[in-house]
Write a protein that binds this ligand. Structure first.
Ligand SMILES: [Zn+2]
Length: 309
C-alpha cells in the first residue's frame, strides 16, 4: 500500500512526518507552537482561545510587542518554518501583513523584503502572500500596499479578519492589480459569513483561492460557480471548530465540498492558536470518518501539484 495511506491508517505520526505535503493557508507570525515560544524564554498568558475575540486578546497580550522588533519577528517565523520541516510540509504558502512593513521596518519596503528573503531552508519552499486585515485598513495605507504588490516579490495576496466589516470595493484595486500581475489571489471568506458573501467575494475579487469558504455548502449555485471557476479552497478544520464556525470534525463541511468536486487543500491557519499541526489535521479527518484515506491522499497530491512546473 501507498506509504501515505498506510501511515494514516496505522496512525503512524513519525512516518507521516516524512511524507511531503503542502500548507497553503498559514499565517506567518502565528504558526509556531506554544512550546517553541516557551522553550525560547517567551512567557505566554494562559488565556483560553475559543472564539475570535479571545484570539485577538491573546495576540495583543502575547505577540504584539514581540513582532515589533526584527529579533522577535524572526523567532516567530523560524518557529513556523521549523515546524513545517518537522511535520513534512514541503511547501508553505504563508501570509504576512503589510502592517509589519510599517511597524517593524518603518515603511522600508526593501529592508522588509530582504528580511523575508533571509528565510531559506533546504527542505522547505516558502511562498509569501501579502495579507491585508480588513479590520485595521485605512485609505492612507493604500500607497504602501500597492508599492509592496508591485515589487513582485509576493506570490499571492490575501484579505483576512472580520468578513465584510468594510465593503469589498475598498480592496478591489489590490485584487485587480494582483490578478494583472498573475499573483495567486486569495481571500478569507465564508468562514464567518454565509454563501452570499462568498458569492460577493468571487464576483468582486475573482480570486484563485478561498481561505476557509466552508459556508459554501449552504448554496449549491455558489458551489457550482466556484467549481466552474476552478477555485481552490484551503480548509482548516480545527480552526473552524475552535472558533465555533463548524460543529465538529465528523460533520465538517469539507466532506460535502470534496464530494461536490470542489478543489480543496488541508491547512493549519494558526498553529499557535489552534495547536493542531498538518499531520493531526489529516489524521482527525480520517479517524472521524469525514474523508476516506483515498480522498485525503488525493487532497495531499493535489496540493503538491499546484506547484508543479
Ligand atoms: Zn486564516
Amino acid at each position: 500500500m501507498d506509504h501515505f495511506k498506510k501511515a494514516i491508517i496505522d496512525n503512524n505520526i513519525s512516518d507521516l512526518k516524512s511524507i511531503y505535503k503542502v500548507d497553503i493557508h498559514n499565517h506567518a507570525i502565528t504558526s509556531c507552537t506554544k512550546e517553541y515560544l516557551i522553550n525560547h524564554g517567551i512567557q505566554l498568558s494562559n488565556d483560553k482561545i475559543d472564539d475570535i475575540q479571545s484570539l485577538i486578546n491573546f495576540s495583543r497580550s502575547n505577540l504584539k510587542s514581540l513582532q515589533l522588533e526584527e529579533k522577535g519577528l524572526r523567532l516567530l517565523l523560524e518557529g513556523n518554518f521549523e515546524n513545517c520541516i518537522e511535520t513534512g510540509v514541503k511547501i508553505v504558502g504563508t501570509s504576512i501583513d503589510y502592517k509589519v512593513c510599517i511597524r517593524t521596518f518603518n515603511y522600508d519596503v526593501d529592508r522588509f523584503i530582504e528580511f523575508l528573503k533571509s528565510f531559506k531552508y533546504k527542505n522547505l519552499e516558502i511562498f509569501w502572500d501579502l495579507s491585508i486585515s480588513r479590520d485595521s485598513y485605512l485609505e492612507e495605507y493604500k500607497k504602501i500596499i500597492i508599492k509592496l504588490l508591485k515589487t513582485k516579490f509576493f506570490y499571492g495576496i490575501d484579505l483576512v479578519s472580520t468578513e465584510n466589516i468594510i465593503p469589498n470595493l475598498k480592496f478591489k484595486d489590490f485584487y485587480d492589480l494582483a490578478n494583472s500581475l498573475n499573483m495567486v489571489t486569495k481571500v478569507h471568506t465564508g468562514e464567518q459569513l454565509g454563501a452570499d458573501y462568498i458569492y460577493d467575494c468571487i464576483m468582486d475579487f475573482n480570486p484563485k483561492q478561498i481561505q476557509h469558504g466552508i459556508h459554501i455548502i449552504e448554496d449549491e449555485k455558489v458551489m457550482q460557480l466556484a467549481k466552474d471557476r476552478g477555485i481552490v479552497f484551503n480548509v482548516c478544520p480545527t480552526s473552524n471548530i475552535v472558533l465555533g464556525y463548524a460543529k465538529n470534525i465528523k460533520e465538517h463541511p469539507i466532506k460535502k465540498m470534496v464530494e461536490y468536486g470542489l478543489k480543496v487543500t488541508i491547512a493549519t491557519d494558526d498553529l499557535l492558536f489552534f495547536g493542531s499541526d498538518i499531520n493531526e489535521e489529516y489524521l482527525k479527518l480520517y479517524k472521524e470518518g469525514t474523508l476516506t484515506v483515498e480522498q485525503l491522499d488525493k487532497i495531499r497530491l493535489f496540493g503538491l501539484s499546484l506547484f508543479d512546473n
